[in-house]
Design a protein around this ligand. Sequence first.
Ligand SMILES: [Zn+2]
Length: 472
Amino acid sequence: MESITNEELSPNYFGTHVFTQLQSNTQRNFMTQSLIKPVGRMFYLQRCGVALDAAHAGVFSHPACHTAPARVFGSDTFLHVSGGWHDAGDYGRYVVPACKAVADLLLAFRAAPEAFGDDWDIPESGNGVADVLDEVRFELEWLLKMQRDDGGVYHKVTCAYFPDITANPQEETADLFVFPVSTAATGDFSAVMAMAAPLYESIDRTFAKKCLRASVNAYEFLKHSKPLPFHNPAGVVTGQYDDETDTDERYFAACALYQATGQSYYLANATAHYQAGRSADFGWADMGGYGNAVMLFGQRACEDDFLAGRIRSDLLATAEQICERSEKSPLGISITEFLWGSNMYLLNQTMTLLLANDAQPSERFRKAARTHLDYILGNNPLGVNYITGIDESSPKYPHHRPSAAARQAMPGMLVGGPDEGLHDLAAKTLLSGKPAAECYIDSVESYSTNETAIYWNSVLIYVLARMSKLEA
Ligand SMILES: [Zn+2]
């Protein structure tokens, strides 16, 4: 791998430290709202398979990338699966985390549509559709290409290995492979397609119908399939996103299809797959929380009062536990371990608080949610605003190939944050012995603390959109 030092990269930031300048709730709310656009634009800048022009993408413009047909791994079949967002600091496209990102964004739009304008400065801006829905559709169109005729959904499309850290998207020209169907990918796909269908009904009825058909087909596949976990074949080192348990994805799909169709069959399946204790499960491997959110706050009241009651009481109990941890913590946050991607875990728990606040409005839930967001924006032991390009404390050297190639940080990206496991060499070398909350280094080499990902930005969007509404 070509190495690059921080010194070779030039800082890219504007303004001074935002967090410490916030004087009033009005200013704070203005800041929360103003972050939605740059954080949302990251998805546009991660688009794959199309050219990004300089007018919209600036230094991150590039010709169409990853357009070659991809070989179905282990076969002589090639598929056209261009499109979708690059996942993270690499250029892989993975169905499982992509569906978490789509679910976050659709839940955010459903709960707070007024937070989303048609002015994100993307090619579709001004078309009369909120840009978040234009952006999500770009991902959904790619996901549709990842479905097999029998309804099963391929797990990912990537090369066998990662390119150099300074490779531009169009410079990754190694062979692309489509990897086997997994039931986690198929369940997530079924769920987000069912979530999408009603939201696109008034925008493009044909597309909405296509989403619903694809969702049902995926569910039919699941019904007849044993669990199919995914593991990288020998010689493949790109992201694995392996998930040994698919019952939460099956639950999520059943909930979303019940909401989209009203059919009692899906409600019965949701009831059968429901498990208590999943209220805070918003990780790419643990999707039960999305099923709960869809069931409680979808367009259709859950006809099973007993199920709805269980989901609601479990959600409220989980939110109380999150508040207790936050109130005990000297940092005011609910995570007690700083795992790889700790910022996402904190924001996932913030999502739980905000959903609980919908179920039963509570100043306690809202206060903890605000404290969590303030931590992300700079009220943390390192005084770092963990979103690139926002103020002078923002990360300048994310582990993110387009940023390393452009010699400047793509703005609006949430980095992973402290990882007490010190999972990369830079972290091991520079952070050994530090308190857990300080195990973060703004280094392009530190993929375990300073990488970025679409499914981290998506939950941040959810929190920003909901907080801006609550505090308006
Ligand atoms: Zn690409």
